[in-house]
Design a protein around this ligand. Structure first.
Ligand code: ZN
Ligand code: ZN
Length: 380
């Protein structure tokens, strides 16, 4: 997040010429962002780094040159991307022969100023099930993963210090019932610490079973675009859509910090209007995203007025879990991106402290479980 400060000047200049931004701007000018920018706050102790670690180019079965991937990521204000072309699936090889499987990464990396975007070398190990497809990211040399035996490819990636995750486990071509086929081979890979994460979200897919596998086996919860065409077309960016991203909570703002955080499982995935992640990272993320503005009792009443400001591009759907009801709203309230909600709480008696717990209906912390946030307001 801190890196984004460098870009603030540009954002402020574009404000004058882009009326679409002005819609969000009149109340709280501090949080102006272009709607497509991925923008989540840091959480206590960690930088929040937005990433897409599953991306294809013409160097496997994608449709674009690697520089376009960099441009897309800059428009989305991501902090890091990994280029992960298929090692074994090379449909463009006759037109674009490339003996060096690091080349797509190198071209992308040459495009960027390191301050702007971290580009990571990766590869998609592309095998039939099991083990199916897996991404190895933070590779030194992708060429060394071109070996016959799938497990040996995982071993080589691991030897290079790579973070390895199971891709699209509910992909119909490898799971006809859309249930991730967790096999003996996967369990062996997990057991030998050769598999570190799993895509709970891939493209438009969300897998509840994959989330359960992540929690059962302590795998890092991942969400990626797996883009082959264009982000703007695949994710309807011009109508408010966004690619799936993995928010990574990193002790330092660097490639190394990001890698460490992935191994430690510090992630929350953002897909459409959903957040998916472990409770210990989800709750701080929501607490930093929704700012409570203390208000006051309306004159001569026991109705307390407060405002909740959402400083992110994520819509939050809150379900009231308190003992009180609201004067204007039912028990489910929605706080739109970059907006402020005024809430009137009927406390019946005038209180010194008001406790307002909410279940966040679009923040999934386990199958059928939603994050609970508690706002404690001191009345003065
Ligand atoms: Zn794949
Ligand atoms: Zn892929």
């Amino acid at each position: 997040m801190t890196q984004k400060i460098f870009c603030l000047g540009i954002i402020l200049i574009t404000l004058n010429i882009m009326p679409v931004i002005a819609q969000h701007s009149h109340d709280h000018p501090h949080y102006h962002h272009h709607p497509r920018e991925v923008n989540f706050p840091d959480i206590p102790g960690y930088f929040t780094m937005s990433t897409d670690l599953h991306i294809h180019t013409v160097f496997s079965d994608g449709s674009v040159w690697p520089d376009i991937r960099v441009e897309e990521a800059l428009k989305d204000k991501l902090d890091a991307i990994a280029i992960t072309d298929h090692l074994e699936h090379q449909p463009h090889q006759d037109d674009i022969p490339h003996p060096d499987r690091n080349r797509a990464y190198e071209i992308a990396a040459e495009q960027v100023d390191k301050e702007e975007l971290i580009v990571i070398n990766g590869s998609e190990i592309t095998r039939s099930m099991p083990p199916g497809h897996a991404n190895a990211v933070f590779l030194d040399d992708a060429n060394k993963l071109l070996v016959d035996d799938a497990i040996e490819a995982f071993r080589e990636a691991d030897a290079q210090g790579a973070f390895i995750f199971w891709n699209h486990p509910s992909w119909l071509r490898q799971a006809e019932d859309a249930v991730p086929p967790l096999s003996e081979m996967h369990l062996k890979l997990i057991d030998e610490k050769l598999l570190h994460g799993i895509e709970v979200v891939n493209m438009h897919r969300y897998s509840k079973k994959a989330l359960q596998i992540a929690l059962d086996h302590d795998l890092t919860i991942m969400g990626t675009s797996d883009v082959h065409g264009l982000i703007d077309w695949d994710y309807d960016v011009h109508h408010g859509g966004h690619r799936p991203v993995t928010l990574v909570f990193s002790e330092e703002y660097s490639k190394q910090g990001l890698q460490d955080a992935l191994f430690k499982g510090r992630t929350v995935v953002w897909k459409d209007d959903l957040l998916i992640g472990k409770n210990e990272y989800m709750v701080p993320l929501i607490n930093e995203s929704l700012l409570i503005k203390t208000g006051n009792y309306l004159d001569g009443t026991s109705v307390y007025e407060l405002e909740i400001e959402n400083i992110t591009g994520q819509k939050f759907i809150l379900k009231n879990k308190s003992d009180y009801t609201f004067h204007h709203h039912a028990d489910v309230i929605t706080i739109d991106p970059y907006s402020t909600k005024r809430l009137l709480v009927k406390t019946i008696d005038r209180l010194d402290t008001i406790h307002l717990p909410f279940s966040v209906m679009n923040a999934i912390i386990a199958p059928d479980e939603y994050a609970i946030v508690k706002f404690n307001i001191d009345v003065n």
